[in-house]
Design a protein around this ligand. Structure first.
Ligand SMILES: Cc1cc2nc3c(=O)[nH]c(=O)nc-3n(C[C@H](O)[C@H](O)[C@H](O)COP(=O)(O)OP(=O)(O)OC[C@H]3O[C@@H](n4cnc5c(N)ncnc54)[C@H](O)[C@@H]3O)c2cc1C
Length: 598
């Protein structure tokens, strides 16, 4: 069975030594009392839960999958999943960062995100059940009426009920404007909802007595397209005014998808047959309300891939240390053995370092984004709140797409470290590759994330948000001026920062003539932007490590950090040069290809 050691040391490094999160907390009345010891203690316990309770269920979930009873429409989750959820609720984990007004513990989001990374490392399929609940909670918290909040938020906060997001239909995935599910207003102010949803994660399961579905549907007089979509709460069981469960609602699971990975999570076809729903937010403004859930989920998907990258790395490293095969090119290193450990081979190291650099860079970025969310929601200064919201909007597609693309590379590289043993089931590595693949697809494919970044978040505001991030880079470059040890990190970062302005401007200019130029460049552009952001965090991490080493600190952690930073800038970051070339190749090579597709 794969091993997993929660990366608490690295989390502490990022949170306390790089980001200085408790300095931020001091400025926020909600979190002023949260100190480093509290954060560390919560994560230590969270890590134990992940490793001891969830990790042993990862393989079970993959092998057993979920089972639908076609008579009752109930779904049975794999052995041990339900009991683990009961333990999760018992431990108070669902409420970690939820609003105390609804029974939450009110801890910072950054703590919850770090906790979620560990849950995902241990068992992504299981983690999706409570993970989606967080999104439903956020959406209702932001857009629900007082009555809706009072009815649903305490139960979602405690974990007594779970949530889902029901967007996708057989003929409509990316383009939600095509959706057909109908909502007919009733005399009592509720709506009767009819339609078919597919691919609904955690749409039906046996963890809890009630499931709160957030469903997108169309009113009879709605305008066509995405301007005519409304959002509804559709509970599995109707809820009486006193909070007790009433009649079974007209929504059920009609089938389970058979899929490549995350077998332990129920991916459901949901049938709505006159189900009773109540509207969330304004008529025809459902997509805007749902975006709260989608943005939370996009960062959540980044955390899924971060978790998989970390656990794949840990297992590949342990294997590489043990596995002996061939001799080092520079002569035997383990003379007492018939061959050297595969760790002597440069390319094996490259595969391991790739995963480590992506995991640690991803952790720094993801935790920084979570801290931005804490600032956005709880900082007393309006300007700080606005700036944080703008930055998190810019970085969300990067968290989603860059971290998930990197995880695909990283889990595949880690499988490669095992040779043929990675491809067979015994070691668990092929499951990580299979599980990681969906993260590039759902919650808006990575192409859609790239279009969101380049089209909306960058060109849509004439690069203003990107310039804001650019100022952070400029400040770091300025601080490191004259520091020779930092030059190998700062110089490439500063150069890319400068190139980015012209690169973005060129695409924007071409797009004025031909909108396909955005679509042709977007995926390459997001990878360049991803490296710009990762480069910034790797430079910050290298700076802290250099300082510690200069102070005489002998903890090998700092040497490892520095060596990984060096690897990142030497072997991964330079792909930005070729990506800028391919992005500049323009749309004609893609669009003037009629003969190919005839
Ligand atoms: C396991 C699993 C779990 C899921 N969970 C949920 C869930 O809980 N709730 C939910 O509502 N949905 C869920 N989904 C659905 C998921 O979000 C969609 O599959 C995804 O959004 C893509 O939609 P699609 O599959 O219809 O692909 P399509 O939209 O048909 O896309 C096909 C291809 O065309 C590309 N494409 C489409 N439009 C554009 C464009 N404008 N520009 C460039 N390229 C484009 C896409 O990038 C993709 O490569 C889940 C899916 C899976 C497989």
């Amino acid at each position: 069975m794969p091993v997993y050691n929660p990366p608490l040391r690295d989390m502490q490094f990022v949170m306390h030594e790089v980001l200085g999160i408790t300095d931020d907390f001091k400025a926020m009345p909600r979190h002023a009392e949260v100190d480093a010891d509290t954060v560390n203690a919560v994560l230590e316990e969270g890590g134990k839960f992940a490793r001891e309770v969830l990790l042993p269920l990862n393989r079970v979930g993959d092998e057993e999958g979920c089972k639908l009873d076609r008579e009752t429409h109930e779904v049975k989750t794999p052995t041990g999943f339900k009991a683990a959820y009961a333990q999760y609720v018992e431990g108070g984990w669902p409420s970690l960062s939820a609003d105390p007004a609804y029974g939450g513990q009110g801890l910072p989001i950054v703590v919850n995100q770090a906790f979620y990374e560990m849950l995902n490392s241990a068992n992504q399929a299981w983690t999706m059940y409570p993970g989606l609940t967080h999104g439903a909670y956020e959406c209702l918290h932001a857009h629900g009426t007082d009555a809706q909040k009072a009815m649903y938020l305490p139960k979602l906060t405690s974990g007594e009920w779970t949530g889902t997001m029901c967007l996708t239909e057989p003929h409509c995935g990316t383009d939600l404007g095509l959706l057909r599910t109908k909502a007919e207003p009733q005399a009592d102010g509720t709506y009767k909802i009819t339609g078919n949803k597919i691919f609904i994660s955690a749409g039906e399961h046996d963890f809890v007595p009630n499931i709160v579905h957030l469903v997108l549907a169309r009113l009879p007089d709605a305008p066509p397209g995405s301007k005519g979509i409304s959002l509804f709460i559709v509970p599995k069981f109707l809820v009486n005014p006193d909070g007790s469960l009433g009649a079974r609602n007209g929504i059920h699971c009609g089938g389970l998808e058979h899929k490549m990975g995350i077998h332990g999570n129920a991916t459901c076809q949901m049938v709505l047959d006159g189900a009773v729903g109540t509207m969330v937010g304004q008529p025809n403004k459902g997509l805007q309300a749902m975006f709260v859930m989608m943005n939370a989920a996009r960062i959540g998907v980044g955390m899924q891939s971060l978790g998989l990258t970390e656990v794949a790395f840990q297992n590949a490293l342990a294997y590489a240390k043990d596995r002996i095969q061939s001799r080092s090119l520079t002569g035997p290193k383990h003379k007492d053995q018939p061959a050297d450990s595969i760790l002597v081979h440069p390319d094996v190291r490259k595969m391991l370092l790739t995963a480590k650099a992506y995991a640690e860079g991803g952790r720094a970025l993801a935790l920084y984004c979570a801290l931005l969310l804490d600032r956005e929601f709880h900082h007393p200064d309006e300007k700080v709140r606005q700036d944080s919201a703008e930055l998190v909007a810019l970085l969300t597609p990067i968290v989603k797409a860059f971290i998930t693309d990197n995880a695909w590379t990283a889990t595949s590289s880690c499988m490669q470290v095992f040779g043929g043993h990675g491809f067979i089931r015994e070691w668990g590595m092929e499951q990580y590759v299979r599980d990681a693949r969906i993260n590039m697809i759902y919650e808006g494919t990575n192409t859609i994330q790239s279009l969101d970044l380049l089209g909306r978040k960058v060109l849509g505001n004439q690069g203003a948000s990107l310039k804001k991030f650019g100022r952070l880079i400029a400040a770091l470059v300025e601080e490191a001026q004259g520091d020779e040890d930092m030059a190998e990190f700062i110089n490439p970062l500063a150069k890319l920062g400068q190139q980015m302005t012209q690169f973005t401007g060129e695409i924007g200019y071409k797009a004025l003539e031909n909108a396909d130029e955005v679509g042709a460049a977007a995926v390459d552009y997001l990878r360049v932007a991803g490296h710009l952001v990762f480069g910034y965090f790797w430079a910050r991490m290298a700076k802290v490590a250099l300082q510690k080493i200069a102070e005489g600190n002998r903890d090998p952690f700092y040497q490892a950090k520095l060596q990984t930073a060096r690897f990142y800038f030497a072997k991964l970051f330079p792909e930005t040069a070729s990506l800028m070339v391919t992005a500049r190749a323009g749309s004609a090579v893609l669009m003037e290809t009629e003969a190919v597709f005839a």
